[in-house]
Design a protein around this ligand. Structure first.
Ligand code: C5P
Length: 240
């Protein structure tokens, strides 16, 4: 489980292994992490994750576990055995589920970082009301971010738009992993409310999840290097 200094996580959303590996072979493990989600993991299984680790990449296994505490803890244990760098679960699975998962990971000498999804950004106020959550999505995001922190997890996945307020509420020592990032002048694709890499870092993001601006670029390595440069510039200007 190598850890790179980069704050970029490249989302591998490909229907086929060969296409994914073609892209991966153009990237460098020292310049990014890789995210494997439900589609690729379900099609290709743990062997695919191992093939990325063998190439030296730190992998975020984005399977968003949500089940009874023992089952989620066992799934996290299995992910840790695979040697991944980061895993996630749904905070709405509750405190006991999160605490049990975190405790199970402590058995691992090199434990993966464990982060939670609060409220999916695809859900509107009406959607969450229908499943029994009161208040606005933002209110629920903050409540679940606090719960995640008090359950001892490492951080949350959130919109870069929420990052500043969550950072102010929960403090510095908490990872904010943010998708919805687009370099200036890049296509928004199906993302609605995007931020540039520099803006997301300035808002308090710890890691940026970036897919198509890198995976669909004519020169993926150049696109990744440019995003890393934007991140560095934003970090340096914040330190001034
Ligand atoms: O290609 P793009 O940069 O839009 O990819 C973003 C990645 O982050 C995808 O894997 C997507 O599923 C994931 N994601 C997201 N928005 C969320 C949660 C996850 O875009 N709220």
């Amino acid at each position: 489980m190598s850890e790179t200094g980069s704050r970029v996580i490249v989302a591998l959303d490909f229907p086929e292994e060969q296409k994914a590996l073609q892209l991966v072979d153009q990237l460098e493990p020292s310049l990014c992490h890789l995210k494997v989600g439900k589609e690729m993991f379900t099609r290709l299984g743990p062997g695919f994750v191992e093939s990325l680790s063998v190439r030296g990449f730190a992998v975020f296994l984005d399977l968003k576990f949500h089940d009874i505490p023992n089952t989620v803890a066992a799934a996290c244990d299995a992910a840790a055995d695979l040697g991944v760098w980061m895993i996630n679960l749904h905070a709405s699975g509750g405190r006991r589920m999160m605490e049990t998962a975190r405790e199970r990971l402590e058995r691992h000498a090199q434990r993966p970082k464990l982060v939670a999804v609060t409220i999916l950004t695809s859900l509107s106020r009406e959607d969450i009301a229908e499943v029994g959550f009161h208040g606005t999505p933002a209110e629920n995001v903050f409540r679940l971010a606090h719960l995640t922190k008090s359950a001892g997890l490492d951080g949350v996945v959130c919109s870069p738009r929420e990052a500043g307020a969550i950072r102010a509420a929960v403090g510095g020592d908490f990872l904010l992993v943010t998708p919805g990032v687009r370099p200036k002048d890049a296509a928004a694709d199906d993302q609605r409310r995007v931020m540039t890499p520099g803006e997301a870092i300035a808002a308090g993001s710890s890691y940026l999840v970036v897919g198509r601006p890198i995976t669909a670029a004519a020169d993926p390595l150049a696109a990744l290097r440019q995003i890393n440069a934007d991140v560095t510039e934003s970090t340096l200007s914040a330190d001034k």
